[in-house]
Each structure stands twice: as C-alpha cells, then as structure tokens.
Design a protein around this ligand. Structure first.
Ligand SMILES: C[S@@+](CC[C@H](N)C(=O)[O-])C[C@H]1O[C@@H](n2cnc3c(N)ncnc32)[C@H](O)[C@@H]1O
Length: 398
C-alpha cells in the first residue's frame, strides 16, 4: 500500500496548478472531482491533450493496451454479433452501431473491415457513430478510419450522445473499457461510519482527507448496497455509470446495449475481503495505486459493478439479455474457426489466444448485453454462460 501522505505530487504542471487553484478557491474536492480533472480537464486532462510527451496513451508503446491492440479477433466477433442483432431486429435501415469511448478507433476499424468483407448486405445498411468526449482521441479515430470516410453516411462523430442522436436509434450501443474510465467516488469505512476520500493541496502535495459523503446520490447508493464492510475497508462507487446507462437507454428505440469491461457482480466487487477496492493507475505498462503521481500523465481506472449497470438498465426498460465473460463470448461467436486459420504458435495466433486466456483477459473482461423492443433474443455471443443466470440479481440490483 502506498503512503499517499508522503508522496510528492508530480505530473503535468498546468494541470496540477488548475486543480490546486480550484482547491484554493473552494476547499478540498471529492476524489471523483480530482479524477475528472486529472483525466478530462478540457485543456490539460490525460485524455484531452492532443500531444503527450514521447508516448501514446493506448497501445504497446503507451501506458496500457486494450483488446484491439492485441488482435482484430474481438472486432471480428463483434461484427458477427452485430450482424445477428440486425437480422433479429428485422433488418432495419439504418442499423446504427454507436460506439462510446472508442479510444484510437481500432475496434471500429476491425468491425467495419469485417462487415465490408463478410457481411456485405448488412454493411449497406450500417451507420457507425463514434462518441468520445476527447477531441484528441476523436482526431486519432479519424486518422485510423480514414479509408472509410469516402462512403457518405457511414461514419459520424460526436462528443456526447445527445449531440448526435436527437431521435431514438435502432441498433446497438457498444463500448469496450469505457465505464472503467469514468471518475469514481472513493469511500472508506471508519469507526464513525462510511466516509468519502476528498483531496486537499498543501505545500506542493495533494493529500487525502476523509470527510462526510459529498452527495445524496452517493448516500442513497450506499444505502441500497447496505454493505457489511470491516473498518478500514476502501472501495469505489461509479455513479457516472448509472447516469450513462440511463442516457443510453433513453436514446435506444429498439436494439441492444453491449458493454465490455473488467468488472464483477456487485456481490463479488464489494465482498468484504476485497478491502482495498480496485482503483489503479496505469503508466507505461505498469500499475500503481498513487493518483497523486504523474497527475495528468497516467490513466486511472476502477473495476465495473455490472449488477448496477443491469439494475439501472432494468429501471429504464432495458432487459438483461445475458452476462458472460470475454472467453465465452468469443467462443460463442466462433472464434475457434478464426484461430484455426492462423499458423500455430505464430505471433498472431498467440495474440488471439491472449484474449481468451482463462487466467487473464478471457475471464477478467465481462460482457453484459441488454435489449429493448425485442422479445427474448437468443444471441450467439451468449451461448456459453459461465455464471448462474441469477448472477446479476444482487443487493444493488434489487
Ligand atoms: C480506456 S479508453 C477506451 C479504449 C477503447 N474503447 C479500446 O477498446 O481501445 C476510454 C475512452 O473513453 C473516452 N471517454 C471517457 N468518458 C467518456 C464519455 N463520458 N463519453 C464518451 N467517451 C468517453 C475517453 O476519451 C477514451 O477515449
């Protein structure tokens, strides 16, 4: 465990000055606000700057990599799943894929290439919308998707859902590693009850302070969880995930929401032996627990509460189609045939297998699918269910 009190705060100087001046003006800020500024400050935030020193954020040379950096197989499988959804919905025109938080746009690139070559009829009806709050990431996406810009009406970009979807959409809302990048509240159990972590700034250092909960929404959420955590227990609450799920549900007329991320059911995420939570920072392919180091120069994440996403969806007329892990999802979509075409033990073969590993990305990453305006759809990606069907019916889902 890092002793945060002794850490000297390092990072992007203008960002540190901006956060420090907000604290100087109004006092300590909840951690969720610190994380919002560190990642998404309009000028200096980690994801928002157009140039980062010497390295990219996402990729083998960056701070962390995602599935699409490993192998196109996830994008290929998603194209197969989207094409089946299109058929189940009666082949609507247009069928819209809305990808939220596309990062570098590599998954979109892999999905579009697969649709264009393997699912030509579907491709004629496809519209692909990329929503990313970062102008810098949208620029990288445009570069990576340049070959597809020629087809009119295929691609569209926006910084936020309401800015692209005035009307309701038919299709699928899809995201990979979006929800884990939302700023989180951090809480800790003390002898006086559950307190929230706030951030103060003194003598050139950010410092944690334990203070009362910062909002009624957080209090209500903790009440619903009614946890039995021991003193000293620390964890994260992602309220933005609920707002996001509500927004997505409201913009979907008929279709699906497919969310891939690392995470757990609430029962697992908030079990009492997980006493330090799941908050982590990523820098140059290594992890640390200190958000006050490399402020604005490192990513921050926390694992996702899938029970909460499912329950929030249910409140908004989104039925839970199923919950599985990435390995089972890929197997259900026939990736073994794709892998069989690769030369055994070649770099491409090993990369594809990496996404399926039972002790790695294959099970750490979960897939939640929800639906609306269609009755009990049976999806190939959900053929193999490693969890009991009641896995998402937990305290937070009640
Ligand atoms: C960890 S990256 C995801 C990478 C990408 N999906 C992949 O598979 O490689 C998170 C992305 O989500 C974007 N993002 C974060 N919050 C967002 C929001 N509320 N709406 C849209 N995009 C968001 C970030 O700018 C960033 O591009």
């Amino acid at each position: 465990m890092v002793n945060l009190e002794l850490s000297v705060s390092t990072g992007h100087p203008e960002l540190i000055a901006a956060i420090a001046s907000e604290i100087a003006a109004s006092g300590p800020i909840p951690f969720v606000r610190f994380m919002e500024l560190a990642l998404y400050h309009p000028q200096f935030g980690y994801y928002m700057r157009s140039t980062l020193p010497a390295h990219e954020r996402i990729g083998w040379q960056g701070d962390f990599y995602t599935s699409s950096d490993v192998h196109p197989i996830l994008g290929q499988a998603l194209a197969t799943q989207a094409e089946q959804m299109y058929r189940l919905l009666g082949q609507p025109h247009p069928f819209t894929i809305v990808e939220m938080g596309p990062g570098k746009g590599l998954l979109a690139k892999h999905i579009l290439a697969t649709c264009a070559h393997r699912y030509r009829s579907f491709f004629q009806h496809l519209r692909y919308v990329l929503i990313d709050r970062s102008p810098a990431m949208r620029e990288v996406q445009r570069r990576n998707l340049a070959p597809w810009l020629d087809r009119p009406d295929l691609l569209a970009w926006a910084d936020d859902l309401p800015n692209v979807a005035a009307q309701h959409l038919t299709g699928v809302f899809f995201s990979n590693e979006l929800v884990d990048s939302f700023p989180v509240h951090r809480v800790q159990v003390t002898a006086e009850g559950i307190k929230e972590l706030w951030v103060d700034y003194r003598d050139g250092r950010f410092i944690e302070r334990l203070r009362p909960l910062s909002s009624d929404a957080l209090t209500d959420h903790l009440d619903r969880l009614s946890p039995e955590w021991p003193e000293g227990y620390r964890t994260e609450i992602n309220l933005q995930a609920q707002d996001w799920m509500k927004q997505v549900a409201q913009h979907l007329d008929r279709g699906f929401v497919l969310t891939i991320d690392y995470g757990h059911t609430a029962q697992d995420l908030y079990r009492s032996d997980r006493k330090n939570g799941t908050f982590l920072c990523y820098s140059q392919q290594s992890v640390n627990e200190d958000p006050f180091l490399r402020v604005g120069d490192q990513d921050m994440t926390a694992h996702v509460d899938f029970s909460c996403l499912a329950a929030t969806g249910e409140e908004q007329a989104l039925r839970t189609t199923g919950f599985t892990n990435q390995m089972s999802f890929l197997m259900g979509l026939g990736v073994e045939q794709l892998i069989a075409e690769l030369e055994q033990d070649s770099p491409a073969f090993n990369a594809a297998i990496h996404l399926l590993r039972p002790n790695g990305m294959g099970t750490t990453f979960k897939v939640l699918i929800q639906h609306k305006g269609i009755v009990c759809p049976e999806l190939d990606g959900l053929q193999y269910k490693p969890f009991f069907s009641s896995a998402l019916t937990t305290q937070s889902a009640a």
